[in-house]
Ligand binder design. Structure first.
Ligand code: IMP
Length: 245
């Protein structure tokens, strides 16, 4: 990148999602000037028509890079995220935003689905499922103009394993956060049904995953510290520190 970028690095995050913007700017911290497409008059929905997270992240980053950053003044990155549920063969995955809409269950006038529509359909599709394991996966695509003057593209991934509970808990976060309980490192497995012991934790005398918080019950700091997006952004930040500044 240009020498002019040394100091506070100018980055464009190719998103119109304010929740993602808040999370990413909290994890990146100081040292970056974080801009969005709206700062450049790009207010339309950025197309994401690929069938992989990697493809969509690249598509969104390229869309913005080509329009406003090809001169090398800014690096551009985009995130694409999917919830992959084992019992559903990895669905909704790359279709996570459009899960209810794809099933004709979007309640918006244009047929689009709300977070609630998506969560309701997910819980219905998991009724009776013994395996409720799931993971979030985020892919970040970064594009910057390299020393050769050509665009260079990099991908960073973050994931978090967890499970889908059968109720909604918490009011923080967004999307599937109220139904997703992340696995927290060091936390024991959920007890098998029929284990003896007190009702709260299956009698193991320690905290178990059935007591654990959903992402929507956690503070933003806690979610960012363990989440798919937080991990992907940390990788992005390490790359920028080691390679750019
Ligand atoms: P996108 O295509 O990356 O914008 O995200 C796909 C969908 O996944 C979003 O519409 C949200 O419903 C969901 N999603 C993305 N990130 C998160 C998250 O951190 N928590 C919960 N749901 C999320």
């Amino acid at each position: 990148m240009d020498e002019t970028d040394i100091g506070e690095m100018k980055l464009i995050f190719a998103t119109n999602n304010r929740h993602k913007l808040e999370e990413v700017s909290a994890v990146l911290g100081e040292g970056y000037e974080l801009l969005t497409p709206a700062d450049f008059g790009i207010t339309e929905d950025i197309p994401e028509t690929c069938d992989t997270l990697e493809g969509n992240a690249l598509q969104k980053a390229r869309y913005v890079f080509d329009r406003v950053a090809a001169d090398g003044r800014f690096a551009v990155f985009a995130d694409d995220t999917g919830l992959e549920v084992a019992a559903l063969g990895g669905a909704p995955g790359v279709r996570s935003a459009r899960y209810a809409a794809d099933a004709g269950e979007g309640s918006r006038p244009d047929g689009g689905g709300t977070f609630d529509d998506n969560n309701r359909l997910l819980l219905r599709n998991l009724e009776g499922a013994a395996d409720r394991s799931a993971r979030f996966r985020t892919v970040i695509a970064l594009i910057l103009r390299g020393d050769s003057g050509r665009p260079e593209e990099y991908l960073f991934e973050g994931r978090v394993e967890g499970r889908i509970i059968d109720e909604y808990r918490g009011s923080g976060g967004f999307g599937y956060d109220p139904v997703f309980v992340p696995e927290v490192p060091g936390m024991p497995e959920m007890p098998d049904e029929g284990d003896e012991g007190d009702e709260r934790n299956g009698g193991r005398g320690d905290e178990t995953r059935c007591d654990a918080e959903t992402f929507a019950e956690m503070s933003a700091e806690r979610k960012n510290a363990i989440s798919h997006r937080g991990r992907a952004v940390e990788r992005l930040a390490n790359f920028l520190k080691n390679n750019i500044v």
